[in-house]
Structure formats: structure tokens, C-alpha cells
Write a protein that binds this ligand. Structure first.
Ligand SMILES: Cc1ncc(COP(=O)(O)O)c(C=O)c1O
Length: 458
């Protein structure tokens, strides 16, 4: 029975299992309840306003109060609130969205499959590739390579692809068939005196060695989030993808670009594939596809993959994969309107124009005595803490420096994400230069308090 006398916080603790939350600590701390949004801000149940420095979960590109998206959803809800796409059924928004998406990506003659989340769509792509390889007579070519610290989701397959041990520990994962190569984090993994290009060469060697060890004939695909975001904001080092793509081509291994965070302007171009000159066989998108207003994700796949699927129906019968909500008409209508707004308001050009200011502001923290590294591209940035930037030493984990800083940010009205001792910034794409200033002003105050805490504990 709903008890009206209980606070939302108490009801939360007594009724929910939160995703990605320390469930033991949550029993004490309870939730931060967000009630409404306004531009780049969200407002909690007590009326306190926060700049959403991570755009929710790296996703709410158009901010938290875009009336056009609410209107697009309402219009579709009134016309046809739900329908499916099994057995050849379709709806107008779904078809129009697929048509638009396939024209946006750097894949020629692609076909689009819809799902509801990044995890589902990445999981789907693994299945499409396995299925295609069976049809193509390569049943042994099934292994999937991803990078340490990459993030691709949490389903059984995609958690196996994700290169973060937290997603494996206690879950009996990863499954075999899922292999890892080196994380291209030049700051953490680069050797003393090693140039960025030399480091990229070493990463490429690591990939080549893995392929040789396993046998190219057993490896189906290499999967990369072009900028590793959830694993600590790691843009690719110079020359990295050039070398990787060459190895993949030589070994006939498919390349999947997971653009779930990078897609739709985050790196300054429409896709990170444009920013880094990538030529993938598959692109997966989610999050900013609908500004995260409704759940929807998609994969655009090259003919090398979709053509065998058609043959597959002759061998196996109807293609037996799909979700009740694949291409849901309301989500698709909102996504379609989101893509129109990107164009009408020149959102990607806006990102390019404010990215220089974002860069200037975030780079200004580079000289701080506890900042080891600053990384950024477009409107995506990360600041890595170190007790001794000269040696790149790492803080004792028990000190919880990143978590402390993140909490201080919150106290000052800024939501950011700490990934260990790395603080990530990924604001809504509509952020203005003045708002960027305010975001970093709040961070600066939190950083000063964190530095004070560190010195008090030294
Ligand atoms: C690059 C990348 N791929 C996939 C996912 C999984 O998306 P979802 O949380 O919607 O399942 C994420 C989530 O943050 C992501 O960052």
C-alpha cells in the first residue's frame, strides 16, 4: 500500500533496486530526487537547481525542456501511440527515421535496425554478425574484440564486451568468444619517452598479436567506442585508428563503431567517425538520437552484413530477432524531430563554435597541483587527478578523491560523473559560452575544496 506519510526518499529505499549504485550505501544516503528540467539545468524536489554537466547519462543533447520534442511525442501519441514492426508491419515515423539515419552515416547503402537502448543494439549487432557469418559459411568466425575500459552495455553479451571489471565481477562474465586488447590511454599506458604515434604503434602491435594468437579466421569483429567515455574519457591517440583499421582490413575483420555517446555532434562533427576518419561496417547509436527523451537505439549496417540476412530467411525461415518496441512510433517520432532540430538550429555547428571555449576553460585546470591530465574533444572532457602530476602517481583509492570532488560539485549545483579519480564533463550540446563558464566556475570551487581535503589527509 502506498503510504502518503512517507517521504519519497524513504519510499525509494523501500521499493527500488537502483542501477549502477552502491546499494549498501544507498540505504543510508537515499536518492537525489530530480523533479523537473530547464535548459541545461535539472531541479530537485527541494527546488535546488543543478547544471547537468553530464547531460544526464551523456545523452540529453537538447537539454531538459525542449517543447518541440514534447509536442512531437504528444502528436504521435494522439495519432498512433503504439505499434510494432514484426511480420513486416511498419509505421511512418519508423520508416522516415530509418531513411534519414542511413543518409547521415558514413556507410553506403546501409540498412537500419531499431532497438531501445545502447546495450540492446550492441547485443543485436553481435547476433547479426554471428548470423551473417553462419550464412556466409564461416561458422568459426565468431569472436569479438573490444578494448580494455571500453563500454558497450550490460546485457550478457555487451557486459562481456565492456572492458570494465565492475561489469564482470560477481556476474560470471565475460563469456568466452569476447576478447580484449589494450586501452589506448596514452596518459596512463604510454611509456616514459614514448611519443603518441609510437604508443599507437604499440597498441596496434597488441591487436595484431591477439589476432595472430587467436587466428583471424575465428574473429568476426572489432568493436570500438571511438572516444572511450564511460571508461574515463579517452580520445584515441594520434595514428591509432589508422593503424587499427589497416589491421582489420588485412584480416577481414568487421569494424563496428559504437557511437552511442559520440554520435550526433558530441565530438564536433556529426559522428566521431567523421572526426577520426573511420570507415566502419556498422554504426550503433542511441542516447542523443532522441535527446534521450524516449528510449530508442539503432544500428546502421553495411551490405556485407544485411545481404546475408536476406539469404538467411531462405535457410532458417523468418528472421527471428527483434523487440516489441523496435522502432516504436512515439520514440521514432521524437527521434525524427530531434534530427530535424539538429539541422534547423545548426546544433553541430554550435558545438564547433563553443568547443574552443570549452577547451580553453577545461585546459586551464592542467596546471593545478592535483590535476595529472586533461583530455577533451568537442563537448566531451575528462580531468584526471594525481597526487603528483610529475610522476602520474595515483591516489590511494580509499581516499575517494574523485567521489569527494563529484559530491562537492553537487553541493555547488553541478552534476558531473567521477570515474574513479577522473571527472567527466559532457554537457547538453545547447550549452552557451556563459553557461560553460558557470559550469567550470562551480567545478573550480569544488576542486579547491577537494585539494584542501587531500592536503588535510596528506
Ligand atoms: C558507448 C556506449 N555504448 C553502449 C552503452 C549502453 O547504453 P545503454 O545504457 O542505453 O544500454 C553506453 C552507455 O552509456 C555507452 O556509453
Amino acid at each position: 500500500m502506498h503510504d502518503k506519510n512517507k517521504s519519497l526518499k524513504d519510499l525509494d529505499k523501500q521499493s527500488l533496486i537502483h542501477p549502477y549504485t552502491n546499494l549498501a550505501a544507498h540505504q543510508q544516503s537515499g536518492p537525489l530526487v530530480i523533479e523537473r528540467g530547464d535548459g541545461i539545468h535539472v531541479i530537485d524536489e527541494n527546488g535546488k537547481s543543478y547544471i547537468e554537466g553530464l547531460a544526464g547519462l551523456w545523452s540529453t543533447s537538447l537539454g531538459f525542456s525542449e517543447p518541440e520534442l514534447a509536442a512531437a511525442a504528444a502528436k504521435q501519441l494522439e495519432k498512433l501511440p503504439a505499434y510494432h514492426s514484426f511480420n513486416g508491419m511498419a509505421t511512418r515515423p519508423m520508416i522516415e527515421l530509418a531513411d534519414r539515419l542511413k543518409d547521415m552515416v558514413p556507410i553506403s547503402d546501409g540498412r537500419v535496425f531499431f532497438a531501445n537502448s545502447g546495450s540492446e543494439i550492441n547485443d543485436t549487432v553481435v547476433k547479426l554478425i554471428w548470423y551473417a557469418n553462419n550464412i556466409l559459411g564461416c561458422p568459426e568466425k565468431k569472436k569479438i574484440i573490444t578494448r580494455e575500459r571500453s563500454y558497450h552495455g550490460v546485457t550478457v553479451a555487451t557486459a562481456s564486451m565492456t572492458g570494465l571489471t565492475a561489469c564482470h565481477d560477481g556476474f560470471d562474465l565475460p563469456l568466452d568468444r569476447f576478447l580484449k586488447c589494450m586501452c589506448p590511454d596514452y596518459y596512463r599506458e604510454g611509456l616514459p619517452g614514448e611519443s603518441e604515434e609510437q604508443f599507437s604503434e604499440r597498441c596496434a602491435d597488441d591487436l595484431r598479436t591477439l589476432i595472430e594468437r587467436e587466428g583471424a579466421n575465428t574473429i568476426a569483429a572489432f568493436y570500438a567506442d571511438p572516444v572511450i567515455a564511460g571508461g574515463g574519457v579517452v580520445p584515441p591517440p594520434a595514428g591509432y585508428f589508422e593503424r587499427v583499421q589497416k589491421i582489420l582490413r588485412e584480416n577481414q575483420i568487421l569494424f563496428v563503431a559504437d557511437e552511442v555517446i559520440c554520435g550526433f555532434g558530441r565530438t564536433g562533427r556529426v559522428f566521431a567517425c567523421d572526426t577520426y576518419d573511420l570507415r566502419p561496417d556498422v554504426i550503433t547509436v542511441a542516447k542523443a538520437l532522441s535527446s534521450a527523451y524516449l528510449p530508442i537505439s539503432a544500428a546502421v549496417v553495411a551490405p556485407a552484413i544485411w545481404e546475408p540476412l536476406i539469404t538467411g530467411s531462405e535457410r532458417y525461415g523468418p528472421f527471428a530477432h527483434g523487440f516489441t518496441y523496435s522502432g516504436h512510433p512515439v520514440s521514432a517520432a521524437v527521434a525524427l524531430r530531434t534530427l530535424e532540430i539538429y539541422e534547423e538550429r545548426s546544433i553541430f555547428q554550435h558545438v564547433q563554435s563553443v568547443a574552443a571555449h570549452f577547451a580553453k576553460r577545461i585546459d586551464s585546470f592542467a596546471g593545478h597541483p592535483m590535476v595529472g591530465d586533461v583530455r577533451r574533444i568537442g563537448l566531451l572532457g575528462g580531468i584526471e587527478f594525481s597526487p603528483n602530476p610529475a610522476t602520474k602517481a595515483q591516489f590511494d583509492k580509499s581516499l575517494g578523491v574523485g567521489a569527494f570532488c563529484s559530491q562537492q560539485c553537487r553541493n555547488h549545483g553541478l552534476i558531473v560523473r567521477n570515474i574513479g579519480d577522473i571527472v567527466a564533463f559532457c554537457p547538453p550540446l545547447i550549452i552557451s559560452e556563459l553557461e560553460i563558464d558557470e559550469m567550470f566556475r562551480r567545478f573550480e570551487t569544488a576542486l579547491a575544496e577537494t585539494w584542501e581535503m587531500v592536503r588535510a589527509n596528506a
